[in-house]
Design a protein around this ligand. Structure first.
Ligand code: ADP
Ligand code: MG
Length: 598
């Protein structure tokens, strides 16, 4: 009998390997972006045509390659990143398998230009189906430009399985987000079909997050920063009220590499327990840095899964850090989001690694519970006490300066005072509290409206003379999407001829001019990127209502009204900032006051 075993020809082996590495255009994008980062580029451009089906090009200003390396790069198992198996356990680069370029070149047309700083000319290599078609020297800037066209031209089955351009582009953008968020210090650009989708300068993480996801996210970021022996954790989580019904903004980076980890996700979910409505997903951008020796990222060819040596400790640290930061954030009297969380934590806490948080999050909080809005009194006490304690701890004292009973007494005989018809002033413990009446009331109303909208139980007053509102056809369309929300807060109207409505009922707390103002504001705010899901629409409407109906600066307040404002404010879920992200109050401690006297 004849022998039957033969080695597969290279191009066949490469095509088989490509099956694992290159599933769709987004896989090519990932590999090319990672190569550019490994080459220490500071600026990377990604250009795609037809969602990558026609073209994917990455241009970097990294270290480039010599002529020989440029040729070698397309061989299978050719890599400059590891020399022996031990290096696998101390990886500091994204790539290491030396498979990506060989695989890509097996299933597409590739043209690469690459030049090192010390060379005068760049090497140009053209490949088709693993074969070098042409190699020459050309004039090109330092760095590498790699262009992949006609992906899967020789694997029709793959090509036919690609999804619509919209879906493939979504995958590309997802990869781009992951890489761009992991490396805020690198400038990135993404151009699709001639349109610039992203142009991100080198910046810090916080700014990178806004640039990618929009400014609206700014007031939702809670900083996380924890250093322990096992791992360092930094980044941001989104406040519970920014949770989404769909998963999306969930990013874990382990040693700057995006990973998917149901396990870590679970740790975050459990930190948010009790703070979020059932079925909502927390958002996070978390960077875990640890010894590369203690992880195994090599369990999946596309390298998004990960195994940890100290799985249980990582879980515990992550959970407690996030929980702690959420707790601190809600009662800390400062609004500097760039500050380090641990500055607000009593010193003894900072040195602990895996410890349950000392400052407890309100586990019973449920923004959808009906009791919440009507039990202000029962809540004031703990909130005020937390404020006293916080003031005490920022001064570096071990205990609150006011003993409990004294605190309660002060509360009972509290004096209130209005300044410039704009601020309400009072003393809390041993410090002075100054709050902005307009912002405070916006916060109170905002939370009340959120609650009434979600409970749909608000009272309405009937109008004797209906208010007519005329709209454009587009506005009347837009009104439709808000109908049920508006009804839930107490608006009622009838549709008249054309695009006119007559408002016959308005919320109890609302005057007629204010009602018209609400409709006006609603229409003028509904532009192209108007909120699409009910969650965002609710938030949007609550913001309009609290702005229109809130107490304004310049309004004189009676002492009871001042007291009520303060009580209601500190019964709020988030008493720090107005719904528009403005600071509501400031405190001046005895020490700070003393410094002003000389
Ligand atoms: P890996 O990244 O796993 O090493 P690749 O097939 O992606 O394997 O790349 C092979 C080699 O080509 C890399 O190790 C690197 O030396 C070189 N290379 C690839 N892309 C670039 C680039 N953009 N700039 C400089 N060198 C590159
Ligand atoms: Mg690579």
């Amino acid at each position: 009998m004849q022998d039957v075993i033969a080695l597969l020809p290279d191009h066949v082996a490469n095509q088989i390997a490509a099956g694992e590495v290159v599933q769709r255009p987004a896989s090519v994008v990932k590999e090319l972006l990672e190569n550019a980062i490994d080459a220490k580029a500071t600026s990377i451009q990604l250009i795609v045509g037809e969602a990558g089906k026609q073209r994917i090009q990455v241009v970097d200003n990294g270290m480039g390659m010599s002529a020989t390396d440029a040729r070698m790069a397309f061989e299978r198992h050719a890599t400059s990143k590891i020399n022996n198996a031990n290096d696998l356990f101390a990886l500091h680069t994204k790539g290491f398998r030396g498979e990506a370029l060989a695989s890509i070149a097996a299933v597409a047309h590739v043209e690469m230009h690459s030049r090192r700083a010390q060379d005068d000319l760049a090497t140009k290599i053209t490949m088709a189906g693993s074969e070098v078609v042409d190699q020459s020297f050309v004039v090109s800037p330092v760095g590498t430009s790699l262009s992949v066209t006609n992906l899967f031209y020789n694997v029709p089955a793959r090509r036919n399985f690609l999804k619509s351009n919209q879906v493939e582009l979504r995958h590309i953008i997802d990869e781009f987000h992951r890489v761009a968020l992991a490396h805020p210090d690198i400038a990135f650009q993404l151009i699709n079909g001639g349109n610039e989708l992203f142009d991100l300068p080198a910046e810090n993480l916080k700014r990178r997050i806004f640039h990618v996801f929009g400014r609206k996210i700014e007031d939702k970021l809670v900083p996380i920063d924890e250093q322990t022996l096992v791992a360092n954790i930094r980044g941001f989580v989104l406040k519970p009220d920014a949770a989404k019904r769909t998963r999306g903004m969930q990013f874990f980076f382990v040693n700057q590499r995006f990973v998917k980890s149901p396990f870590l996700h679970h740790a975050i979910k459990s930190a948010f327990e009790g703070l979020m409505h059932e079925g909502m997903h927390p958002g996070y951008f978390l960077f875990i840095d640890l010894d590369p020796n203690s992880i195994d990222i090599n369990i999946h060819p596309t390298k998004t899964e990960i195994k940890f040596e100290n799985e249980q400790s990582i879980f515990a640290i992550l959970k407690s850090t996030v929980k702690h930061s959420l707790g601190v954030f809600q009662i800390a009297p400062t609004l500097d989001f760039d500050h380090r969380v641990d500055l607000e934590v009593p010193h003894s806490e900072q040195t602990k690694s895996v410890a349950p948080p000392q400052i407890q999050v309100d586990r019973d909080f449920n923004p959808f519970s009906s009791e919440k809005q009507h039990t202000f009194q029962s809540q004031i006490q703990p909130k005020w006490e937390a404020l006293y304690q916080e003031i005490g701890s920022t001064e570096g004292h071990q205990e609150s300066l006011l003993p409990d009973d004294a605190a309660k007494e002060t509360l009972a005989q509290q004096k209130f005072f209005q300044l410039m018809r704009r601020y309400v002033v009072t003393a809390t413990g041993n410090s002075l509290l100054l709050l902005d009446q307009e912002r405070a009331h916006q916060r109170i109303l905002y939370e009340q409206f959120l609650a009434t909208i979600t409970q749909s139980n608000s009272a309405s007053q009937q109008l004797l003379f209906p208010l007519e509102v005329e709209m454009s056809p587009l506005q009347s369309q837009q009104l439709n999407t808000y109908t049920s929300l508006l009804e839930e807060v107490g608006f009622k109207w009838n549709n008249e001829k054309g695009n006119t409505i007559s408002i016959v009922g308005i919320p109890n707390s609302c005057s007629e001019p204010q009602a018209l103002q609400v409709f006006d504001d609603l229409f003028s705010s509904l532009t192209d990127d108007a909120p699409k899901d009910t969650f965002e629409q609710t938030d949007h409407l609550a913001k309009i209502l609290c702005k229109t109906l809130g107490i304004k600066s310049g309004k004189e307040l009676k002492e009871e009204e001042q007291q009520r404002l303060i009580d209601d404010l500190f019964a709020c879920k988030d008493s720090q900032v107005s719904p528009f992200n403005r600071q509501i109050f400031i405190t001046l401690t005895q020490e700070e006051l003393q410094k002003k006297f000389y």
